[in-house]
Design a binder for this molecule. Structure first.
Ligand SMILES: O=C(O)CCC(=O)C(=O)O
Length: 288
């Protein structure tokens, strides 16, 4: 799928971003992050994840969709299986994590979640953001894949009736995926996912990329300078993924506090720019 199709449909599926071996390496790294600890919420805290964010943004089929001055601002781990099952109703991702409150009439939906401040920024910013969902496992129709309403991102922030109309008028697309493939999407794309009925694990890393500079005096709470790492040669093997040494000890704050450390490595918080209430069930299941 080329950039024009991404612009029109609001999503693009890219095969073989990682090899099977790289997926296994990522799975091992994810498994080292203690479930329910700050590590799960703050994957960009880890060097391997920051390297992965950069690698993704350099991929030949993804780099045209992610402007070179963008930063990675979040990486969320979603694990779904029969034993850890959940669903998400149709929604748009409207919130972003920011460093501090700014009083402005164009800003709304302020919310605080585990020490991280979220705001719904102007739609012009939301329209620029790019999310990339990296599939560590193959995801078939029974594995709770993302379902999207193609083109729905073009209508901006959709009130409930308009979202319902968009779903009536447009057939949903079921985003099944091969292991190591990625789905790039605009956060304003209407998306949902059902519970898994299959026997596979569905592990996804959901990265969010945005412009380094935010409008209206807003600042990202955390931003990883993925672009700086683009001086690496394309397709250079990512040694950090194959580094099987244990993760370096996290600051003591991380061991006990489910908040992201605000200042250590400039990491994002757990919940992507989504309706926090609606995906609370995901938090709960991940933290079980
Ligand atoms: O991974 C999923 O199934 C849902 C993710 C989602 O809804 C989101 O990232 O906003």
């Amino acid at each position: 799928m080329n950039h024009t199709e991404f612009t029109a449909r609001g999503f693009a599926l890219v095969a073989q971003v990682l090899t099977g071996a790289e997926c296994e390496a990522v799975a091992r790294r994810v498994a080292e992050v203690p479930a329910g600890s700050a590590g799960t919420r703050c994957l960009l805290y880890h060097a391997w994840c920051r390297a992965l964010a950069a690698k993704i943004s350099q991929h030949p089929s993804l780099s045209p969709l992610i402007p070179s001055d963008f930063v990675a601002t979040q990486c969320t781990y979603f694990e779904k299986s029969l034993s850890r099952n959940w669903l998400v109703p149709m929604h748009q991702d409207l919130s972003i994590p920011v460093a501090g409150r700014v009083e402005h009439e164009s800003l709304g939906g302020w919310a605080e979640k585990e020490g991280t401040l979220y705001v719904q920024p102007p739609v012009e910013l939301l329209q620029r953001l790019v999310a990339v969902r990296l599939h560590i496992d193959a995801c078939g129709v029974n594995d709770g894949p993302l379902r999207v309403v193609p083109g729905s991102h073009l209508y901006g922030r959709l009130p409930a009736e308009a979202a319902a109309a968009a779903r009536r008028d447009q057939t949903e697309f079921v985003c099944t995926a091969g292991q190591g493939s990625a789905m790039a999407m605009r956060p304003l794309l209407l998306h949902a996912s059902s519970k898994s009925t299959g026997s596979n694990m569905r592990r996804v890393l959901h990265f969010l990329y945005g412009p380094r500079e935010l409008p209206l005096g807003l600042r990202w709470q955390h931003a990883v300078q993925a672009g700086l790492q683009r001086t690496h040669r394309k397709n250079q093997p990512d040694s950090s993924l194959n580094d099987h040494r244990p993760l370096p000890p996290a600051p003591s704050q991380l061991q006990t506090n489910t908040n992201c450390p605000a200042s250590v490595f400039q990491v994002p918080s757990f919940i992507p720019g989504a309706d926090l209430q609606r995906i609370q069930s995901i938090n709960d299941s991940i933290n079980d």
